[in-house]
Design a protein around this ligand. Structure first.
Ligand code: PLP
Length: 408
């Protein structure tokens, strides 16, 4: 059908594997021959529970998540976790210092590494949550910026020497892949742009937004993180479900923590302990999104060689496109937004076409070839090709052939 000729480079929501969607279409109408569709079945029924449990088990297997960490499914997207993370971390830190009086309690230091629009928004939310309960009173937290690449318009990453991580930081936050600018922390620990895990104080919680690189390759030092979260709508499934990987000691009773004074109340469906105690089914979850995500996880394990297979294919796709772009850049027809090769995202590849009106022509010509959704984010313009798992290497090859026509 028409779908076979479409190469979808959307940044999110993003393409999903065709075989998974074919299966999901059947389940939408008649799940497991029940005569009822998946969206019409109780989330607590015998059909749905195994879907959530299976998704959790497959995710644990795919990313090698240790038993020290819980896997939770929730809602409200990555943006929901800008707040959720801070609220839960503040309650956890308060409960750890339960014997300290409110008067003596020091607001936690939250260090943010700001490398693009998303980490910047997360930091802004932490600042809102640091407003004290009483005007002029003690703030709930002290958010700081431990490093920023704003002066470069977020087109590179900080180098090791650019970080100023507080020696008394309680939390250090980063965004692994900045979807809009096309910046990603490299896998290679020896790269000058590698995230400086060694500079983070031993007891500080490391929190990371993996929304746009989740399941594209292994997570560096997964076990060292306190919280990793990701909205589903890039590599996992439809929008509406958000995944959390949370170190189990962070699953604290936030109500009890709040009673000690010094941290804000956590809305009940944002409390990680509540989610965990109820196996991610505290309230009605987005059942269809979880169902499709579960199908994707099985597909990635069985058909795509697990995380190693995905890493290999995604590296190949990114290498192919960046080398084509570097060649085209040397011919003067376009410029790559991210100049430092080791800071370039595998998932979101950003470039600008040289010459007025040329970009519009480029995008229109692309659509004639079935190359869709290449327009850059409205805040930065330019072109962005997102190479999520469901983008086949042949689609990247066709895009590269098209880019070469700009100068050949
Ligand atoms: N973090 C990253 C890296 C993102 O790419 C996005 C959205 O694209 C978000 C957070 C926000 O996610 P949501 O739209 O699910 O709230």
């Amino acid at each position: 059908g028409a779908r076979a000729k479409t190469h979808n480079f959307a940044a999110g929501p993003s393409p999903l594997p065709t075989p998974v969607l074919e299966e999901a279409a059947k389940g939408l109408l008649n799940y497991g021959n029940t005569g009822m569709g998946i969206c019409e079945l109780s989330h607590r029924g015998k059909e749905f529970k195994p879907i959530v449990e299976g998704a959790e088990a497959n995710l644990r297997k795919l990313l090698n998540v240790p038993e020290s960490h819980a896997i939770l499914f929730t809602q409200a997207g990555g943006t929901g976790q800008f707040s959720g993370v801070v609220l839960n971390v503040l309650a956890y830190l308060r409960s750890k210092r339960a014997s300290t009086s409110y008067e003596e309690y020091r607001p936690p230091v939250l260090d943010y590494v700001v490398t693009g629009a998303w980490s910047s928004k997360a930091h802004a939310e932490a600042q809102r949550l640091s407003i004290p309960a009483v005007p002029g009173g003690k703030p709930f937290a002290e958010p700081r910026i431990a490093a920023t690449t704003k002066p470069s318009k977020y087109t590179t990453l900080p180098k090791k020497e650019d970080y100023d991580i507080s020696s008394d930081a309680d939390m250090v936050y980063y965004c692994e892949n900045e979807t809009i600018n096309g910046i990603e922390f490299p896998l290679d620990p020896n790269s000058p742009f590698a995230f400086p895990f060694d500079s983070v104080p031993k007891d500080a919680l490391i929190v990371a937004d993996h929304s746009s690189s989740f399941l594209s390759r292994p997570i560096v030092h997964l076990e060292r993180h306190a919280i990793i979260y990701a909205g589903a709508q890039k590599n996992l499934g439809p929008s509406g479900v958000t995944v959390l990987i949370v170190r189990k000691d962070l699953l604290v009773d936030t109500t009890e923590a709040c009673k000690l004074g010094g941290c804000p109340v956590v809305p009940i469906m944002m409390e990680y302990k509540v989610l965990a105690d109820n196996s991610s089914l505290y309230n009605t979850p987005p059942t269809f999104a979880i169902y499709v995500s579960a199908l994707v996880l099985t597909y990635l394990l069985k058909e795509k060689g697990g995380i190693e297979g995905l890493e290999k294919t995604n590296r190949e796709k990114a290498d192919m496109l960046y080398s084509t772009l570097d060649e085209a850049q040397s011919k003067g027809v376009l410029t790559c937004v991210v100049k430092d090769k080791q800071a370039r995202s595998w998932m979101n590849v950003t470039f600008e076409i040289v010459g007025q009106e040329k970009e519009k022509e480029f995008l229109a010509g692309a659509e004639k070839l079935g190359l869709y959704q290449l327009k850059g984010h409205r805040s930065v313009g330019g072109v962005r090709a997102s190479l999520y798992n469901a983008v086949e290497i042949d689609s990247v090859r066709i895009l590269c052939d098209y880019i070469r026509t700009l100068y050949q």
